[in-house]
Design a protein around this ligand. Structure first.
Ligand SMILES: *Cc1c(COP(=O)(O)O)cnc(C)c1O
Length: 397
């Protein structure tokens, strides 16, 4: 059996709750959607949570509710999944990139400040691997310039960070206007596909709720508010569309799974942290390997890890990453490279003229990055298998 770099953990309780929902009245939008939203908002300490069909949908809605559009620029980290930057292009704005911090592999506040343009109206910080971006410093740069701060927290569900002696939850701190999460099956908790938009701003939450379902409103008609003529007839059937929305709803079935997964999130986070500790203990003294380092050592017991990514000096080892991945695969160990700097993708090069050299740290990180298996159902012996294989590969040069 192959050890993948990540995999969901589904318990009998998870299955039972989904089955109960299948036998209930609701498959699509039912009571479990609002229950899941409420529990998630409590988890992250935010006022509002809006469940949507994916992390990508949450990012798209975040940009829409922040009213970012054409003629605007949004800066993000190049070391992220495509969706973080794609959502900027969805709304007609320019996705731009500032380099990463070499310790956290997250957006550098200093590089962000250097990259600032007159049309920059938003920042999307990404908590790579679960390691938190320096949100207070990023928000300081953004807010000085009246820009909105979005936190792509897909890697950091349930994580927290320390700042000036206090502890803040990802999604529930004062330095992001909107936070987005994904429940894709490789993430910390899963609903199959799914996502969440979280905010303390009631206007953002209300608008996101409308946009996830066609921009449709069933309450008070507001034609007069839009300066239009009132419809002649109202009634219990009445629905009204005030803005162009989507079908980004999450189903009751998926929210049932999400609710059940939330019961286990602390176990998931602790197990992932244990595996990170075991890997770090095994690899920290190896001169060919760079282990993930925390931006702030006080975050050690607060971090919710999504990935375990090593920096490997393939060149000094006289080897290549492809050879490593191939050898690991022969030993039943999956590995993955996360991420190719987004602006190096053909579409980005062609559309925006981006090229090599734009973010030197992100490119250097990418050259040596390899993510190893890390998920809660891994046994200690699975972890040992990976440690032995990786150690052996550094000794066989
Ligand atoms: C997974 C992920 C997304 C996209 O989430 P989906 O649910 O797959 O749409 C966005 N950003 C980051 C950093 C992710 O890891």
């Amino acid at each position: 059996m192959m050890l993948p770099y990540s995999r969901q953990s589904i318990s009998e309780d998870d299955i039972e709750l989904v089955c109960q929902t299948l036998r209930s009245e609701f498959l699509t939008t039912g009571p479990r959607v609002s229950q899941f939203e409420q529990r998630f908002a409590e988890l992250v300490g935010a006022k509002y949570a809006v469940a949507v069909s994916s992390g990508t949908a949450a990012l798209h809605l975040a940009l829409l509710v922040a009213e970012i559009g054409s003629n605007d620029r949004v800066v993000t980290s190049p070391n992220t999944f495509l969706a973080t930057a794609n959502c900027v292009a969805y709304v007609g704005a320019i996705p731009d990139f500032a380099d990463i911090d070499p310790v956290s592999y997250c957006l550098s506040p200093k590089r962000l400040a250097d990259s600032w343009q007159p049309d920059t109206r938003g920042v999307i910080a990404v908590h790579y691997a679960g390691q938190t971006a320096d949100m207070p410093a990023i928000a300081e740069v953004a807010r000085k310039n009246n820009a909105v701060v979005i936190e792509d927290a897909c890697h950091a569900i349930g994580g927290r960070f320390e700042h000036q002696g206090s502890c803040y939850p990802i999604g529930g701190h004062p330095w992001a206007d909107i936070s987005t999460f994904s429940f894709h099956s490789v993430k910390t908790i899963t609903t199959g596909e799914g996502g969440m938009l979280v905010t303390n701003n009631p206007r953002y939450a209300e608008k996101a709720r409308q946009l996830r379902s066609h921009g449709m409103v069933r309450e008070e008609p507001s034609f007069s508010g839009l300066g239009l003529q009132q419809p002649t007839e109202f009634g219990p059937w009445y629905y009204e569309m005030q803005q162009l929305g989507f079908n980004y709803r999450l189903t009751d079935l998926q929210c049932a799974l999400g609710l059940s997964q939330l019961n286990r999130i602390n176990q998931f986070i602790c197990r992932r942290r244990e595996i990170v500790d075991q890997y770090n203990a095994a690899f920290s003294a190896n001169p060919w390997l760079g282990i993930p380092r925390l931006r702030n050592p006080a975050d050690r017991d607060l971090t919710s890890w999504h990935l375990y990514t090593l920096q490997i000096d393939f060149a000094a080892l006289g080897s290549t990453r492809s050879q490593w991945m191939h050898r690991l695969k022969e030993l039943g160990i999956g590995s993955q490279v996360l991420y190719i700097p987004v602006y190096l993708q053909p579409w980005y090069r062609q559309k925006y003229g981006y090229a090599e050299g734009k973010c030197a740290q992100a490119e250097a990180f990418y050259r040596n990055a390899l993510s190893l298996p890390m998920f809660p159902d891994m046994s200690d012996s699975d972890v040992d298998t990976v440690i032995e294989a990786v150690t052996c590969l550094t000794e066989s040069r």
